[in-house]
Design a protein around this ligand. Structure first.
Ligand code: NDP
Length: 384
């Protein structure tokens, strides 16, 4: 049966992995809309290749370039943040949400409101909006499927079980490229070194988040919303090989783990085919050649981000959205050469100390809080 799909963030790393799977079984898919931010040229190429009905750039200034590139194709074009929301609001059987950052929140909420399935990679949206998003999922009867490999693993390990039987959920973390670096080395780490992840090929922002361990902090908050077992039952363990993507331990002492290659096409395929399975081009997991799996407790002295995230979600209110906004600002400043690697967590910590806001009750509240927290973080950057 042919299904319709919209991909928000089609020109990114998750977007490319998704389109790679669709390319392998084109008869199964009808592409409704594809979006990007500034990359009109690649978006136009993808829209033509996949016969999308609509292509949207978030940056309105890139709309003329998109129109030129799609001239004569019959593909509808649009630009601007409202156009992203309208694209997400068009009916589709599944929406793959892979915009990076809180910029993806309003489109994700629009997709939720049309009540289909949302495969969520855009963790920042859930971290910022939290209960506002999960309440909308319930209100509109949408289905939220986790793309993040850890949450997808947990989702698979929970199948057929009850959350009330869960003793512990353990998120695994590769530890990133700087896992064994000293504090002095971390202070001198460059953007190029930070984006060179040992196991995963990802966009720049999430690669830096993996290096600081903020990615795991965001995932801890994401897991809290997706799998509400209580914060005391959520744990993080460093597992450098990234073979076990996460684990669920039950009250009878059984632990279920999901294993697989470090390739996002595996969790994306699990979402695209849900509740069935589909083929992927992955080689079977070769455990003898992997040899050993190792596990370590996180070092929150060198990598304070997981502590900041745990404290933010425990504090509640506007703290998770503030954490996310300050992190986005700090990561952009690090990638732009303005601050040191170790300043990222420092900016986030200062923002959480300086700025406190009540729990957002609506999308508008979340966006206002996000904007205010970004302004606070920008002011902190000035002091560094
Ligand atoms: P990329 O940076 O590779 O791609 C981001 C995509 O979002 C691009 O299509 C980009 O368009 C678009 N985009 C960026 N900013 C905006 C904006 N302001 N408005 C609208 N569109 C925008 O990111 P990834 O694919 O790595 O990550 C996407 C999301 O998935 C993130 O939330 C990340 O945390 C999550 N994720 C990623 C994984 C991975 O393996 N990469 C794994 C698990 C989760 P353009 O190309 O024009 O800039």
């Amino acid at each position: 049966m042919t299904r319709s799909i919209t991909i928000l963030g089609a020109t990114g790393s998750v977007g490319a992995s998704t389109l790679d799977l669709i390319r392998r079984s084109p008869a199964d898919w009808k592409v409704e809309a594809l979006t990007a931010n500034t990359n009109a040229a690649d978006l136009a190429k993808l829209a033509r290749e996949f016969g999308a009905k609509l292509a949207v750039v978030g940056d309105e200034a890139k709309l003329p370039a998109l129109r030129d590139a799609l001239a004569g194709s019959g593909i509808e074009c649009a630009g601007g943040t409202q156009a992203l929301v309208e694209a997400a609001a068009r009916p589709a059987d599944i929406t793959l949400a892979a915009i990076v950052g809180c910029a993806g929140l309003a489109p994700v909420m629009a997709a939720i409101q049309q009540g289909g399935a949302i495969a969520l990679a855009n963790k920042e949206a859930l971290v910022s909006a939290g209960d506002v998003m999960t309440a909308a999922v319930a209100q509109y009867g949408a289905t939220l499927l986790p793309v993040d490999s850890e949450h997808n693993a947990i989702f698979q390990c929970l199948a057929g079980n009850s959350l009330s039987d869960v003793a512990r959920i353990t998120l695994t973390a590769s530890g990133g490229p700087f896992r064994e670096w000293s504090a002095d080395q971390l202070a001198a780490a460059t953007p190029k070194q930070a984006v060179a992840h040992p196991n995963w090929d990802m966009g720049a922002k999430i690669s830096v988040d993996s290096a600081t361990m903020m990615n795991k902090g965001l995932e801890y908050i994401e897991a809290h919303h997706l799998f509400p077992v209580g914060l005391e039952r959520l744990k993080i363990v460093v597992h450098p090989q990234s073979v076990i993507h996460s684990m669920v331990e039950y009250r009878d002492g059984s632990t279920l783990a999901q294993l697989g290659p470090s390739d996002m096409r595996v969790p994306i395929a699990s979402c695209l085919a849900h509740p069935a399975r589909m083929d992927t081009p992955m080689e079977p997991l070769d455990l003898p050649s992997i040899g050993e799996l190792s596990f370590f407790a996180p070092d929150e002295v060198r990598f304070p981000a997981t502590r900041l995230a745990r404290d933010a979600i425990a504090a509640g209110g506007g703290a998770p959205a503030t954490l996310n906004a300050a992190n986005e600002v700090a990561v952009a400043a690090f990638l732009g050469g303005q601050i040191r690697f170790t300043d990222i967590a420092a900016v986030v910590e200062q923002a959480l100390t300086r700025y406190s806001a009540p729990k957002p009750a609506s999308l508008d509240d979340v966006l206002a809080l996000d904007g205010e927290a970004r302004a606070q973080a920008a002011a902190i950057l000035e002091t560094i």
